[in-house]
Design a protein around this ligand. Structure first.
Ligand code: NAD
Length: 304
């Protein structure tokens, strides 16, 4: 049985692009890991660092106090945890499963409930940032855990990353991750459209980047503007929704003329157009788009 002095024994399942550097950092920082992956080469790389290879998921679960899973998708995690020969069936009471994969929140809830039925603990701790950060031990983690379980996993997270956000109880980590990725991925498409538009205008790329990096264009809304405006209950303009609609219409029309498809930009223009026809939003600050979407969703607008 693997022992790590004064620490909980840790198993790691899923040694892919993210899991391998994360597990490597855990191993290098003094945890004697037991590891498992379908890919033998990935296992061998961890064994070379001193980890022990388990012959199966069940064997690993029997030997450790905490199992970390870093697998592709919901069915993979559910199979590894809930199958008849999976973690839940093989592990002891008080075993803690920390799933760090990005999966469906409903699957996360099912895992938490199934493990609780067996007096086992569950933490969801999906990962922000890139493989390059994982390699340097500089990941960000969004953690859903009870305070007690957060205390148990904290030393592991500190060995793998630099920023640890305790988002709330189990299930809140994965939901925070989806909100994060929704912004990151939608703005990636929007940025691709904007940069193509800049190229079609014949603009100098470097100057364009320096310029947009100095305004709210790079999502300064969340970093600075929204905290002092809509999230503080202040929707006085500012930059009016009416003028924001005019500006995005100018850009979408210029893109049309240049033959640049701007799907996200066009959708945003329609949303702004609809906001202008709702109450007195046309004359409110453009951060009040938050209040429009909340109104459309029947959700009370959040305030800090
Ligand atoms: P990956 O495909 O590189 O690695 C998955 C690993 O799981 C593979 O080594 C595979 O062999 C193993 N595996 C699959 N099924 C298994 C099973 N039943 N038993 C044992 N091992 C099994 O994926 P990744 O890029 O490391 O991503 C893992 C998770 O992290 C995903 O949910 C992904 O969305 C998320 N994520 C990825 C990144 C990234 O930049 N790659 C960043 C943040 C979060």
């Amino acid at each position: 049985m693997t022992q790590s002095t004064g620490r909980e024994r840790i198993g790691f399942i899923g040694l892919g692009a993210m899991g391998r550097p994360m597990a490597s950092n855990l191993q290098r920082k003094g945890n004697d890991l037991v590891v498992y992956d379908l890919n033998r080469e990935a296992v061998d790389a961890l064994v070379a660092l001193g980890a022990r290879a388990a012959g199966s998921v069940a064997e690993l679960a029997r030997e450790v106090d905490i199992v970390v899973t870093m697998l592709p998708d919901s069915p993979d995690v559910e199979a590894v945890v809930l199958a008849p020969d999976g973690i839940a069936a093989a592990g002891a009471e008080d075993l803690l499963v920390m799933d760090m994969s990005t999966i469906e929140p409903s699957a996360t809830d099912r895992l938490a409930a199934a493990l609780a039925d067996r007096s086992m603990a569950f933490v969801d701790a999906p990962v922000g940032r890139l493989v390059s950060h994982a390699e340097k031990g500089e990941s960000l983690f969004m953690v859903g855990a009870t305070s007690n379980d957060f205390g148990r996993v904290r030393p592991l997270l500190e060995a793998m990353g630099t920023t640890i956000q305790h988002c709330g109880n189990p299930g809140s980590g994965i939901r925070t991750k989806l909100v994060n990725n929704f912004i990151a991925i939608a703005t990636c498409q929007l940025t691709a459209e904007a940069m193509t538009l800049a190229e079609s205008f014949g603009l100098d790329l470097s100057t364009t980047l320096d310029t947009v990096n100095g305004t709210t264009a790079t999502n300064g809304h969340l970093q600075t503007a929204w905290r002092g405006k809509v999230l503080a209950g202040d929707t006085a303009p500012g930059f009016r929704i009416r003028l924001a609609h005019k500006d995005i219409s100018l850009a979408v029309e210029a893109a049309r003329q240049a033959g640049v498809p701007v799907f996200v930009g066009a959708a945003a223009r329609e949303c702004l157009g609809q906001a202008m026809r709702t109450g007195d939003f046309a004359e409110r600050d453009f951060s009040a788009l938050l209040d429009v979407v909340c109104q459309q969703s029947g959700i009370a607008a959040p305030r800090l």
